[in-house]
Ligand binder design. Structure first.
Ligand code: GDP
Ligand code: MG
Length: 598
């Protein structure tokens, strides 16, 4: 197809505003997917995405649109996640596009991630096409929201299409707008090859599959290619696109978005953000890659079965292909043995990675409680960055500790401003500003410690505003705080993987809550187990887990053997996620106990 008839675009929006549903309608309208094959949220291909109803991964499909002017257009549509933890996926998608369809829920209006995504699109010089969704809802106020978009974002909305992605109303008009308003890719098919790698995954038969956006030149099977950053060279075996089924093509030309396979087995050779060129006629320069993402949250991941350490290592490397923002390095814990300290963009990201490792790689894992990076200034004048509470130097060697702060922007309906302010105050927030957005909503600005945000801030915010507030934040810098390490002792022994760094004034309360929680979670054993929280050797809270009296089998005395077997099996299953630490068996939840406290 002629390059002037190609349109590459992403769909961006705040979470739940209807991106995936709009993508579904577009796939239907263009007959890309046959009706009988259609399922909702078609592009959310991971089980995990379907179960949770959220998009985690970007997903690129090629489709052909017969426009009203009688001509055919080749579209590449990239659906993207909306949650802040996955904004890295969004920024990578955008670099493969010329335009973005900005979906705004006409009942909810502009939300924090609407703004964040618009800024990402503008950073990438994309043409933005605003679309008002959910106009079928009785509470929809498209005119009010249009004005909001004009005021807050500065986008002209006079011609914004009002749609219902659910019913399909006016979705055809969006397709026409894409043809009329979004630019075609500008590259040169005769120039040396430059193909941007924007995603990849590991396929056990074909090796690593890389997703590319061809910015200049043409990519064909048998081509000798080089990854410009890593220097790795391969011969292309197959190229193709997704529709969303995989379709093999004889070439990918300038402006096209697709995949290549080249029997790549070495995971280090493929890096998201790298440029592929030809070995014989190389491009002079690589394309502008991606900004490295710095993890915000760290935790230790350990195999329940120590013998599976190497499997975990391989699984992490393979997963990193598909999730470039994941970071990891080996670490050891006295309590848990050999594992990895992993860095994530947020708690949801951490949760998703853990679950993918367990499902896609069949691992049983213990995750330690999450931590941010602390800057520890020592009495000898040096500074150490600490992402693991257990690694904190002894108190007498510490001069002071700094923790990361974020500038948070919270959009909230007026009636919940008071509740939100209370929450921010409780989370050690510092008030910065409060602006009136319109008749209904206010924009609150706070400086907050990241460690408070990553724990339960989202959940607390949702519950105290009935789900009507939205949050966006970015790291603003480090500040000195009164922080101490709190150790947990079980049976008199410090369990390093349970240590946390806490704000001093909260320590007593947290210590108490933590010991009570652990008492609930850790099953009774043959002997009594004291549970203590301590700061610098001084016990601040204590409770006991009483000794187990009854044998589970006693209940079945005289009973039939199959029931006995079942009980034993059940017990064994329950044990799967337990870790024997010294003489005490600790279940996985114990390491996350800190997350479920007030
Ligand atoms: P995403 O997070 O932006 O991908 O949003 P989804 O496409 O997953 O949609 C979120 C929810 O909104 C789903 O329950 C959809 O069924 C619903 N939804 C999407 N579009 C519309 C619409 O036009 N009208 C109504 N009433 N609901 C919609
Ligand atoms: Mg979605």
């Amino acid at each position: 197809m002629d390059q002037s008839h190609i349109r590459n675009f992403s769909i961006v929006a705040h979470i739940d505003h209807g991106k995936s549903t709009l993508a579904d309608r577009i796939l239907e309208l263009t007959d890309t997917v046959e009706k009988r094959e259609m399922v909702s949220q078609m592009l959310d291909t991971m089980d995990l995405e379907r179960e949770r109803g959220i998009t985690i991964k970007l997903n690129a499909v090629q489709l052909i649109y017969h426009a009203k002017n009688g001509e055919d257009y080749l579209f590449h549509l990239i659906d993207t996640p909306g949650h802040v933890d996955f904004s890295y996926e969004v920024s990578r998608s955008l670099a493969a596009c010329e335009g973005a369809v900005l979906v705004v829920d006409a009942a909810q209006g502009v939300q924090a991630q609407t703004l964040a995504n618009v800024y990402l699109a503008l950073d990438n010089d994309l043409e933005i096409l605003p679309v008002l969704n959910k106009v079928d809802l009785p509470s929809a106020q498209p005119d009010v929201v249009k004005e909001e978009i004009e005021n807050l974002i500065g986008l002209d909305c006079s011609q914004a299409v009002e749609i219902s992605a659910k019913s399909g109303l006016n979705v055809d008009k969006v397709l026409e707008e894409i043809v009329d308003k979004l630019p075609a890719p500008s590259g040169d098919a005769n120039a040396p090859l430059q193909a941007l790698v924007f995603d990849s995954f590991y396929d056990s038969y074909r090796g690593i599959i890389a997703f590319v956006s061809v910015k200049n030149g043409v990519l064909k099977p048998k081509d000798k290619i080089r990854f410009m950053a890593t220097g790795a060279e391969y011969e292309v075996i197959e190229v193709g696109v997704r529709t969303p089924k995989e379709v093999i093509k004889d070439q990918l030309t300038t402006g096209e978005v697709g995949w290549i396979s080249a029997a790549i087995k070495n995971i280090e050779d493929v890096r998201v953000g790298d440029t592929i060129t030809h070995v014989n006629t190389p491009a002079k320069e690589p394309l502008k890659g991606y900004r490295e993402m710095n993890p915000m949250v760290y935790c230790g991941l350990y195999p329940v079965d120590n013998a599976r350490y190497d499997d975990l290592k391989e699984a992490l490397s393979k997963l990193k292909l598909n999730d470039a923002s994941l970071q990891f390095e080996p670490e050891t814990s006295q309590a848990l043995g050999f594992g990895f300290r992993c860095g994530f963009l947020g708690l949801l990201h951490m949760d998703v990675v853990e679950e993918r490792l367990e499902r896609e790689f069949n691992l049983d894992l213990i995750a330690t409680s999450p931590s941010v990076i602390y800057h520890v200034f020592k009495t000898d004048g040096t500074m150490e960055a600490i992402d693991n509470p257990a690694a904190l130097p002894p108190a007498q060697n510490i001069d002071h500790i700094e923790e990361p702060y974020v500038s948070a922007e919270i959009m909230v309906p007026k009636e919940y401003v008071g509740a939100m302010m209370d929450l921010c105050q409780k989370k050690r927030g510092e008030y910065v500003d409060l602006q009136v957005l319109d008749d209904i909503r206010m924009l609150m600005k706070y400086e907050l410690p990241l460690s408070e945000i990553i724990f339960d801030f989202f959940d607390k915010m949702k519950s105290c505003t009935k789900g009507y507030a939205s949050l966006d934040y970015e790291i603003s810098g480090y500040r000195e705080s009164k922080l101490v390490k709190m150790d947990i002792l079980l049976n008199g022994q410090i369990i390093d993987a349970l240590s946390t760094i806490v704000y001093k004034d909260f320590a007593y309360h947290r210590g108490n809550a933590m010991t009570i929680k652990l008492k609930e979670i850790i099953p009774k054993q043959q002997f009594e187990i004291p549970v203590q929280a301590a700061i610098g050797g001084k016990v601040i809270a204590r409770t006991n887990i009483k000794a187990l009296r009854k044998n589970v089998l006693a209940k079945c005395y005289g009973g039939d053997i199959s029931r006995k077997k079942k009980l034993l099996e059940k017990q064994k299953e329950g044990k799967k996620r337990m870790k024997m630490v010294g003489s005490v068996e600790i279940p996985q939840e114990a390491f996350m106990a800190v997350l479920s406290m007030d």
